[in-house]
Design a protein. Sequence first.
Length: 338
Amino acid sequence: MAETFKRFQEQFRVFLTLTKRHILVFSKNWTTVLFTMMVPVVIFIVYIIFLRGMMIDGIQASLDIFDQLTETQQAKIYALADCWMMAGVLAVSCITVSLNTNYILVRDKERGANRDFISSPISSRIVMVSYFSFNTIVCFLVNFLVLCLCMIYLAAYGAFMIDFVDFLALVGIILLSTMNAAFLTFFVCNFVKTESTLSSIVAIASAAVGFVIGAYFPATGIIQKITVFFPGTYSASLFRNYFMSGPLYHVLSMLDSLNIPGADIQEITNTLLTQFGLVLDSDPFSFMIDFFGMEVPVNIQAWVLAAFTGIFAVFNIAFTYRNFMKAPKLKKKRTKAQ
């Protein structure tokens, strides 16, 4: 028993050392750190400059009473658009940041460092877990900073309607989403052999992920049916539940204060929900996902995201070990005979 505990301590110490090593290598490469941070910031800026105006124009066109509202009342409706997009920014960021962070894994494979680790007395499982842990830690910290940036933006626009419980729930969703993304991207990157290939994948993913999970615009028709098979869709929906429940409550309270008939309030609410591609649960402040006619509530969305995380974990255990053992042969430079 004492021998087993001692071996565990040694392995745990090695795990901490390797994880610290990955973090230090990552932090010393300022170019990679900058680009990792820039991905969510660029999406954020694109929304403010382009997408926000398009969403607001859509809301104005769909609501007959919009012109009758005061600027303060209109701002409450704008808050729905802002919170909808902030949730999408975080959902996309969890995936793209995790994918970009895996450059350490790919670089070590390209240079043969993984062979050095495995040829030593270190367990290969410890090495793989250290990469995963490093990815999760960096991704969580970056996305927590993105969450804080979103809160500052909402407060600046007078759209900060999130209580402390919802904030803690958002932090928990970030953790679950980053773990899901870490398992998924770790699995993908175990089949990537060079940094140049990873750079191409990151560029494509950064542009496509937001559309695949319905983060930029509400998914409809056949696209909506496709998005339900991607874990990022459930991550985005969970973020929206806790970002948008407060603003929706304030909008409905505002409509009540205007003495609008109940039937008209329901019509206005349905118009707003349709504008954002949302489906209400029996609880009026939580949103569901339409899975081929079946309505998936919030608690099931969390379980689905957790299930995806478990499936990707199994894939990593089952399929990536042999790939991880393989490192591309380093090409030797031939020198001409003098």
